[in-house]
Design a binder for this molecule. Structure first.
Ligand code: HEM
Length: 224
């Protein structure tokens, strides 16, 4: 077998792939949050819709979007492979997989949080991405404003961001361990970067539904 594929199919290779795809997805979230914060401008969603139009119409961005969705699928598929691999090794009773109770609980929580983030993403894409890309909806800002005037969606999104924060926190911990970055020299820098991702990003996202629910935003097209 080609050495690259042999590595990618090994247990370490799967962990490295998991870490790299996870880090790239987390970087996407920075861009996504920056764009979404335009929703807080008091301009009837004009700036956000302009941004969404640019993102939807630019061929380079469309190619990047295919790359992004492939990364999401690869992260999920590889996570499932890693999990199944660990499970079968544990069933066979290999000593190395005899995890202590904390590790077992943490890895179980990672799977549960991954499944819940997946549920969130499915709802999220159906709610915003499908109308923007496939149903010719041009006033996505109004759709977001309308959605976040409904308490159900505000609670749903806030819960999802909390779970995402958990998933990112533990994801970063294991990614840094896998990549061997947890040396004393870089420890505090790494911890600072991790906090930006698992704490600041979800809080940044949470501000959007909360602000819209409590202070408005004008769902011009969706007002009934
Ligand atoms: C309040 C928070 C959020 C808002 C208002 C929001 C809004 C949107 C909108 C309007 C779109 C589709 C239109 C477009 O791309 O221009 C979109 C796409 C997407 N969102 Fe979000 N989003 C939020 C949080 C998140 C989070 C936390 C994640 C990941 C865990 C996420 C993942 C995605 C993905 C993967 C896409 C499709 C790719 C893309 O087109 O950029 N979003 N989001």
């Amino acid at each position: 077998m080609n050495p690259f594929f042999r590595f990618i199919n090994s247990s370490v290779g799967k962990k490295v792939l998991m870490s790299l795809t996870g880090i790239f997805l987390a970087i996407f979230l920075i861009e996504h949050l920056a764009g979404n914060l335009l929703l807080l401008k008091n301009d009837n969603g004009e700036a956000f819709n302009g941004f969404a139009k640019f993102m939807g119409g630019n061929p380079v961005v469309r190619v990047l979007e295919v790359g992004l969705l492939s990364l999401v699928l690869l992260h999920i598929f590889n996570g499932a492979r890693l999990w199944l691999g660990n499970r079968s090794a544990r069933d066979k009773g290999y000593g190395v997989y005899r995890l202590n109770e904390n590790t077992t609980l943490q890895s179980r929580m990672m799977k549960i949080s991954a499944a819940l983030v997946f549920v969130f993403l499915t709802v999220h894409m159906k709610k915003f991405w499908v109308p923007a890309r496939f149903q010719g909806e041009h006033d996505i800002a109004s759709l977001v404003y309308y959605t976040f005037q409904q308490p159900f969606y505000v609670i749903f999104y806030l819960t999802a961001f909390f779970i995402l924060g958990y998933h990112l926190r533990h994801g970063f911990q294991s990614a840094f361990q896998t990549m061997g970055f947890r040396t004393k020299k870089y420890q505090s820098l790494i911890e600072f970067a991790a906090v930006l991702f698992w704490l600041v990003l979800p809080i940044g996202f949470a501000v959007i539904p909360l602000y819209i629910y409590f202070f408005g935003g004008s769902p011009v097209a969706f007002a009934q």
